[in-house]
Ligand binder design. Structure first.
Ligand code: IVH
Length: 670
């Protein structure tokens, strides 16, 4: 294809993908399959690679992120980012409305909206193109986090016409509850500390240096206000509708997520409606916002130092109930981590009966100064699992003893060990402690690992308890008769399970590696390891230094991998799995060339024509290996802009070949 042909196809693909994206993420409509969407995206990626001059910062391919920002630049807001005055009382809402009526003589319309619980963002668009995104900061200046915000798929990169030439739109970035739950489940499985609530997680995610990681977290955004020197619209409501027409995600009138009302009764109705309904929303809100609709009236009302007089927020009280602590029990996870759980006198809270609450770890128990028989306050926050937020000391009996964290494993009685520098206690008897043995098998067969059908937690329990299996390798030695002898297992389910086990032998290496359940080796790390080392034998043979040298493998992970393979039993396990026919080698993905074969390459700084992720991919596709830090073994340093001086010095001292982006591209014939 010549450049003209490519240019028109790039435009066509780009428009189409922006359109599908809008339908899917803003309108909740799916008109093409994921597969078709991916095909188009891949085609666009390939063209952009082939013709770097056709690359565009706002191409749909940029949604996957990849840019790294070490330090976010601080920039001044063009319009200060104020806050809202808030109240928990309906009387104060009535008083606020009365004050408004004293200033404004004519009829007043109010717009009621949800108060999304996330992170405020201001996004500027120039000529219909995403220009920059800045956090609230101190209200006067915030941090420029554009690459991270661009990964949020409900935020358009290009607007539909007509649009104002230059304006800012503000809204709230949040993490949907489902996403938050999945993220924490994953972290729990991989032995990582859990995030506290969706808001903090959204905030932390937006500050990640690697926008590729942000992209994976599936944040979302509602827009609630337009800011420009002169507005074409006369009211807030008109502006919001207009934003919707330009392609932004705005609240839907028909879901009552926004409403226009003409008096305080309308406002109170809206508050009452969401009081209960908010619990069914797929994201968190912490109240509602009421705004005077007309811009002219807004101007008349003006501002205090901190907030507009024309708006107020009503906050719902977090529901909190008191109940008695009956006992504390302790759960053992797959990695041996011990989680204390409070057993409570059942109590009704936020639509469900609560019987248990997580206490996280010994430190949490200490912080609460929890005693046996205490009366505790339970709240339901962002998490589905409720938490104990306080103790009612007045009701404590003198005879009540402080809760003592256990010293031995509740399942196998091994002595517990506290992780160094951490807060978690572990049972180290991983090979015999029943919940750990079962948990490892459950993890191995889980959907994201080997995805083996036909085996539930109960059957695993029964198979382990009857002595038929003790490790994941034993799964492959199960006979039809053994399975059939289990309760609730009939001919069909037994065949189903054997079929599932057989199919799993075709699972790619990185899935098998993830399925082993090595601590801190999650899905992403497994993929990186498989790519960098290609075979399990190479990983086993790798030294700690080789591992740390690998792209995205830090010290903690490297140490965990080294320790895992130092254990002779694990080597035997791998041999058994190999003998059963599981895949322990990365399939040949068909390289573009062998131009970089055998070379260890470090990239540093930022690049003009390609993102860091793309350069890394090219290194792999041409036979090279990405390594993260410079050492004697490094073959080449690809130097981008803003590279740290210490890296450069180290590379020069070690006499390592240093090339720039263009020289690198020439080397692989691009
Ligand atoms: S309007 C002058 N509308 O609440 C302030 N804010 O304290 C105009 N928020 O950080 C803000 N939902 O990010 C507005 N529907 C909504 C909102 C909303 C959430 C946040 C906002 C700000 C805080 C105000």
């Amino acid at each position: 294809m010549n450049i003209e042909g490519a240019e028109s196809r790039v435009k066509e693909l780009s428009n189409l993908l922006h359109h599908y994206n809008h339908l899917y993420y803003v309108k909740n409509e799916s008109v093409v399959s994921d597969y078709e969407f991916d095909l188009l995206l891949k085609e666009l990626e390939a063209l952009e690679k082939q013709f770097p001059s056709l690359q565009d910062q706002n191409s749909p391919t940029k949604r996957v992120g990849g840019d790294i920002t070490k330090n976010f630049e601080t920039v001044k807001h063009r319009y200060p980012m104020l806050s809202l005055s808030n109240t928990y009382s309906k009387e104060e809402i009535i008083e606020w409305e009365e004050r408004i009526k004293k200033t404004i003589e004519s009829d007043i319309e109010y717009v009621c909206e949800l108060k999304y619980d996330g992170v405020a963002i201001g996004i500027r668009y120039l000529n219909g193109i995403f220009h920059s995104a800045v956090t609230r900061g101190d209200g006067t200046q915030g941090e420029l986090i554009s690459p991270n915000v661009k990964t949020i798929k409900s935020i358009p990169l290009k607007l539909k016409t007509p649009f104002p030439e230059d304006f800012e739109i503000r809204g709230e970035i949040f993490m949907p509850l489902q996403e938050f739950e999945t993220l924490n489940e994953d972290r729990n499985k991989n032995g990582l500390p859990l995030f506290a609530n969706p808001r903090n997680t959204a905030s932390g995610t937006l500050k990640l240096q690697d926008s590729g990681e942000v992209a994976k977290r599936n944040l979302d955004c509602f827009l609630y206000g337009m800011y420009q020197d002169r507005s074409q619209q006369n009211s807030h409501f008109e502006s919001v509708s207009f934003a919707g027409e330009m392609g932004f995600k705005i609240p839907r009138l028909r879901d009552k997520m926004i409403a226009k009302v003409s008096n305080v009764d309308g406002i109170l109705d809206f508050i009452a409606f969401w009081e209960d309904k908010r619990k069914g929303l797929p994201f968190e809100i912490d109240g509602i916002v009421i705004k005077v609709n007309s811009y002219r009236q807004q101007e008349e009302l003006g501002y205090t130092a901190k907030s507009p007089r024309w708006a107020i927020s009503f906050k719902y009280k977090t529901e909190r109930v008191e109940t008695e602590l009956k006992s504390v029990s302790y759960q053992v996870g797959r990695t041996g981590a011990i989680t204390p759980v409070a057993n409570l006198d059942p109590v009704y809270l936020g639509g469900t009966t609560v019987r248990r609450a997580s206490l996280h770890n010994a430190e949490q128990i200490g912080k609460l100064d929890l005693h046996d028989g205490d009366f505790v306050y339970v709240e339901k926050g962002g998490e589905i699992i409720p938490k104990i937020v306080d103790v009612n000391i007045e009701k404590r009996q003198q005879s009540n003893q402080a809760v003592q964290f256990i010293t031995a494993c509740p399942d196998c009685s091994s002595e517990l060990v506290k992780e160094e520098g951490g807060v978690q206690h572990y049972c180290l008897n991983e090979k015999q402690c029943p919940p750990q043995v079962k948990g490892k098998i459950e993890h191995f067969i889980s959907r994201r690992a080997m995805n083996i059908d036909g085996l539930g937690a109960e059957t695993i329990d029964a198979l382990v308890e009857s002595g038929h299996i003790n490790t994941i390798a034993d799964l492959y030695t199960l006979s039809y008769e053994q399975i059939l002898s289990m309760e609730r297992m009939a001919d069909k389910s037994a065949r189903n399970l054997l079929g599932g086990l057989e199919t799993s032998k075709k699972m790619p290496f990185e899935k098998v590696l993830f399925g082993l359940g090595i601590r801190f080796v999650g899905e992403t790390v497994s993929k990186k390891l498989a790519k960098a080392f290609l075979t399990i034998d190479a990983i086993i043979a790798a030294s700690y230094e080789d591992l740390v040298d690998t792209d995205e493998i830090g010290e903690k992970i490297a140490l965990s991998i080294s320790e895992y393979f130092q254990d002779e039993d694990h080597i035997v396990l791998i041999e058994q799995l190999k003998a059963s026919g599981l895949c322990f080698e990365k399939e040949d993905e068909g390289l573009d060339s062998e131009a970089l074969a055998g070379l260890s390459i470090v990239i540093s700084g930022t690049f003009n024509q390609f993102s860091r992720e793309e350069i890394k991919k090219m290194i792999e596709m041409n036979g090279g290996k990405n390594v993260s830090s410079i050492s004697k073994k490094t073959s080449i340093l690809v130097a981008g802009e803003n590279m740290g001086p210490s890296k450069l010095k180290k590379a020069t001292d070690l006499n390592i070949e240093i090339i720039n982006e263009q020289a690198f591209l020439n080397r692989i014939n691009k």
